[in-house]
Each structure stands twice: as C-alpha cells, then as structure tokens.
Design a protein around this ligand. Structure first.
Ligand SMILES: NC(=O)C1=CN([C@@H]2O[C@H](COP(=O)(O)OP(=O)(O)OC[C@H]3O[C@@H](n4cnc5c(N)ncnc54)[C@H](O)[C@@H]3O)[C@@H](O)[C@H]2O)C=CC1
Ligand SMILES: Nc1nc(=O)c2c([nH]1)NC[C@@H]1CN(c3ccc(C(=O)N[C@@H](CCC(=O)O)C(=O)O)cc3)CN21
Length: 300
C-alpha cells in the first residue's frame, strides 16, 4: 500500500501567462486544477481571456488576476469581469494591487476592488489575495498585515470565499513564521505557499531580484542551487520536503501549494507528474522524506 501524501501536496495550483496557452494545451494537469492567469503589463485582456478559455475547456479552473492599480475606472473593472464571465472564467479571481507606483484609476489596492461590490455582481465566488512571508520591497510589514486583515474581513462581509497565495521564496523558515503570525492575527483563509516550478537558476535569480525575494549563499544551498553556478536548474523539492516536515495544522492552518511557472509551464507539468501529483494525486506519495516526522522532532 502507498502512503497518503502530505496534505500540503494535494491539489496544487499553477500560474500561467497568455503566452503559455499552447503549452497549457500540451500539459497534463489534473482536472479541476486551479490555473492562475498572471496580469503582466505587456498582455492584452484578449490574451488573458483566451488563456482562461483554454484552461476552462481543458477542465481546469481558471483564476484570472486583476491588478487594482492598473484599472482606469469602475467600468474597466466591470468590463474585465464581464469578459472573463463570458468564457465561464469569473467564479475565481486573484486580486492584487499591481506594481504601478501611482494608481491609474480609482483602485489603489486590492481592498478597494473587493469593497467595490462588483466582484459578486459578475459571478465571482472566491477571491485570492497576496501574502508576503519575506515582506515587500516598498510596502512596510505593518501595512501588509493590516491590508491582509482588512481583506479577510471585507471578503467575509461581501459573502465571498477567500484564499491567500504567497510571494515565492527560497527559504522555508520565513514561510512558517508568517503562517503562524497570520493565524495568530485571525487570518483564517486557506493559504497556498508560492514556490517556483523547476526553472533555470539564472531565471530564478532574475525574478527574485525583480520582486525583492531574498537570496543568499546559504538559502540557495539549502534550496538546491549555487549563486556561482548559474547554468543549472533548480526545483522546489527540498524546500517542500522541509516545509511539509514542519507544518502543523494547529499552528499553520490549511496550507496547499501554488507553483509559479515563469515561462516553464511544461517543466512544472512534468515535475508534478513525476511526483505523482496529477490525476492520481490522492493515491501516490510525494518524493519520500529522508527522515520521518517523528525522527525530525528529536533530530531537527
Ligand atoms: N504576490 C504576487 O503574486 C504579486 C504581487 N504583486 C505586487 O505586490 C504588491 C502588493 O500587492 P497586494 O498584496 O495586493 O497589496 P494590497 O492591495 O493589499 O495593498 C497593501 C498596501 O500597499 C500599498 N501598495 C500596494 N501596491 C503598492 C505599490 N505598487 N506601490 C506602493 N504601495 C503599494 C497599498 O496602497 C496598501 O496600503 C503590489 O506592488 C503588487 O503588484 C504583483 C503581482 C503579483
Ligand atoms: N511584486 C510582484 N510583481 C509581480 O508581477 C509578480 C510577483 N511579485 N510575484 C510573482 C508573480 C508571477 N509573475 C510572473 C512574471 C513573469 C512571468 C513570465 O512568464 N515571464 C515570461 C516572459 C514574459 C515577457 O517578458 O514577455 C518568461 O518567459 O519568463 C510569469 C509570472 C509576476 N509576479
């Protein structure tokens, strides 16, 4: 008999851009897998809607991203939601502030989009919001916590289900500390811990630099790459084993995974398949842990 997988590995979500639509059609994600559609500044609404349509046609659950600060008006928000609803892709969305330094319209943050009331009117039932275990390069940690608490409350007031997706990172400890703090503050939403799918080290480092994600020689070594050998690739296997070993439902609540694919949707699909995390997710264990959880409490 095979061991049941750790709950962390059940039902991982993945992230794509419009450019990944052909790769999505070749990939083998389990039916019902949530597929987030990033809102890159360079991609049109049409490209994002086509990606959502492709995901839905494949039996996956599209989760379009809405960038609050990029929206120029309430009507642009309504039209965006209507466009996703027209392809059956508006039930789940992820609402993020967006990187523009100055908001382009009436929504400076994700909270104002939630409070607009427009989400429910267009058939949205579940809203994802962002979490930052390592903080954010320009937003202070107290502001991040108060925003997360306010978004949690606003979703409840709007009758919307919610969830958090965390910014990717290479270090496990900040994730565990952040999860415990979120629960202590009453943020009871399910959390998807964001990790990069397998990707070239050079690419990982460049996205980390761009988004203010911490790297150091020690963090890299634990994760499984080296800051001085940029030619290789690295996946989140060791990170996930360490995270799974130290998660406790009492301290950390409901936790699953979100895979940022960064142009490597096919690589992430192959990697999930190699872990047995596609259609047969409930029957196949993840890569075996080098130490049992019981051994860890004394050894770790
Ligand atoms: N985690 C992720 O996957 C992604 C994160 N981001 C970026 O992370 C940042 C925070 O997003 P959320 O957590 O949704 O914040 P939020 O909407 O909950 O806002 C939190 C606080 O930060 C301020 N703020 C938000 N974005 C800002 C910016 N670009 N410049 C200056 N102040 C800003 C808001 O006014 C608010 O006071 C944004 O810059 C967002 O674009 C963007 C895309 C994806
Ligand atoms: N602060 C912040 N801003 C973001 O925009 C952001 C984050 N954090 N955290 C991670 C997510 C995921 N993001 C991304 C970014 C790029 C690709 C991507 O596929 N890039 C293509 C090139 C795209 C292009 O330049 O045309 C690639 O092949 O890497 C995917 C997701 C952006 N995201």
């Amino acid at each position: 008999m095979t061991a049941a997988p750790h709950p962390l590995f059940l039902d991982p979500s993945v992230e794509m851009t419009g450019k990944d639509t052909p790769a999505l059609e070749q990939a083998a994600f389990a039916p019902g897998t949530r597929v987030n559609i990033t809102h890159l500044a360079t991609e049109t609404l049409d490209a994002r809607v086509e990606a959502a349509r492709a995901a839905r046609d494949l039996g996956l659950v599209p989760v379009p991203h809405l960038s609050a600060r990029r929206l120029r008006s309430a009507s642009e928000l309504a039209e965006t939601l209507a466009a996703f609803a027209s392809v059956g892709a508006a039930a789940h969305v992820f609402v993020v502030a967006g990187d523009p330094t100055t908001p382009h319209g009436p929504y400076p943050d994700a909270l104002s989009v939630v409070r607009s009331g427009l989400l429910g009117q267009h058939g949205v039932r579940e809203v994802g919001v962002a979490g930052y275990p390592e903080g954010h390069p320009v937003i202070g940690t107290p502001a991040l916590w108060s925003a997360l608490e306010a978004k949690t409350a606003a979703l409840r007031e709007q009758g919307l289900a919610g969830g958090v997706i965390t910014q990717f990172g290479f270090a496990v400890d900040p994730v565990l500390t952040w999860l415990a703090e979120a629960r202590r503050r009453g943020v009871d939403l399910p959390v998807r811990v964001g990790v990069p799918g397998p990707a070239g080290v050079r690419r990982l480092l460049s996205y980390a630099r761009r988004f203010g994600v911490t790297t150091s020689a020690g963090i890299a070594r634990k994760y499984g790459f080296s800051l001085t050998h940029l030619m290789g690739t690295a996946g989140p296997d060791r990170f996930l084993r360490a995270l799974a070993a130290d998660l406790s439902p009492q301290a950390h609540g409901e936790v699953a995974l979100h895979l940022y694919t960064f142009g490597g949707l096919a690589a992430t699909s192959h990697w999930l398949t190699s872990l047995g995390l596609t259609a047969a997710a409930a029957e196949v264990p993840p890569t075996p842990s080098p130490r049992s959880p019981a051994a860890r409490t004394t050894a770790g």
